[in-house]
Design a protein around this ligand. Sequence first.
Ligand code: SDX
Length: 444
Amino acid sequence: MSTHAQATVTLDGKTYDFPVVTGSEGERAIDISGLRKRAGIITLDYGYNNTGACNSAVTYLDGERGVLRYRGYPIEELAEKSRFVEVAYLLINGKMPDAREREEWSLLLNRHSMIHEDMRHFFYRFPDHAHPMAILSAMVVSLSAFYPELSQHRQDEGNEAINIAATRLLSKLRTIAAFSYKKSIGEPFVYPRHDLRYCANFLNMMFSSPVSNYEIKPAVVKALNVLLILHADHEQNCSTSAVRLVGSARVNLYAAVAAGICGLWGPLHGGANQMVVEMLEEMRAQRETPRDRLEKVKNSKGAELLYGFGHRVYKSFDPRAKVIKDCCDKVLKALKINDPLLDLAMELEDLALHDDYFLSRSLYPNVDFYSGIVYRAIGIPKEMFTVMFALGRLPGWIAHWKEAREDPRFKLQRPRQVYAGPGLRHLKPQEVSSEYTVTTSVKS
Ligand code: SDX
């Protein structure tokens, strides 16, 4: 970060200078640390649209140019040439693994792939209709009870302990996700295997059973690697900001990630992939044309959303949507699937991209618009779509939690507010609880 220029705030006839910091890609920010102490005023920025929470070296994105890079590598290149576990290593450690590190990483992921047998019984205490995201967040925070290796108090936790906790979580989340699916369909759990790599292992745990072996198809393994890579990080989005904010209280990694899982669950965030497919299914069931759906959205005054469209940062196009659409075409062709929802989605996209309502609001397809179609083709039910998003986003959450812990400027996050409530007032006699008698007069 470099600080050459400065910004001046003039307030009540006084001027205050603040440094302008410039990031490695030329992004600039006014560092207003100390504003309140010096000028007795704070800033207000609903949704933090104009507010940076930190410096970060994990991910760079340019919403206007549709650019997304993990530790400097374009996601298009990583999606084409890397496996998800290598990208996870890159995000967490800041560099691609060499041959020895790749081997060690793979052995660690295998060693930590099982969950404690006592945790297995937790699944039987959830009702059958429990949403897998509820199960996921509960199981993840429970890991801190079974693996308390990360103390919550020491800031100088050794890298070794953090790396083990990170690998443990990366591998166990995959097992927990597959087990929550098996629980939802009433089938016995299929345990991880050491002879299968990350994605193949997940597919096997999801779709094999004691009476049938799942055929692991390379096209499906590739599609899953691409989807997980594209979801792996996205700088300071809602759920990652939750991980950083909760993590700033120095909670352990598992508790901070459980908070991220809950944030991701929302239909405006990671829950949108399930909403997209439910929207398409509803259109099909009601024989609603894409044109009718767009009209309904446009006339709803914001009450109806075109799920999978729009983004807080991307105001041109979400580069991930293009890669996922390509992946969608490939996997449907490889599996010889003709999904009518894909035709509907493509018609919706084409109409919206030529409709001034959407263009004037910079609403383009985002990462969630086509991802559900790919998950459907693989055989993953829509209730599991956001779980798949969490599986992909986990290395990003871990990378940011770790980066924040190591940042000397990072401290307990505690935003300010502008108070808008009633002024000083006192309880009227009739407001005093009947259990108490008024004995002392309150001094104002
Ligand atoms: C993710 O932040 C990240 O990085 C997130 C993510 C990641 O990788 O972590 O990229 C993942 O969350 C992708 C987004 C998935 N969500 C959806 O697909 C849900 C549908 N999208 C909308 O909810 C919305 O677009 C947001 C929440 C994503 C972004 O909304 P903003 O930036 O807060 O924009 P806004 O709500 O201020 O909308 C501006 C205008 C409004 O209309 P007007 O009041 O100006 O008339 O656009 C309209 C909105 O009503 N609008 C939409 C719309 N999104 C915005 N209208 C119809 N359909 C939509 N999808």
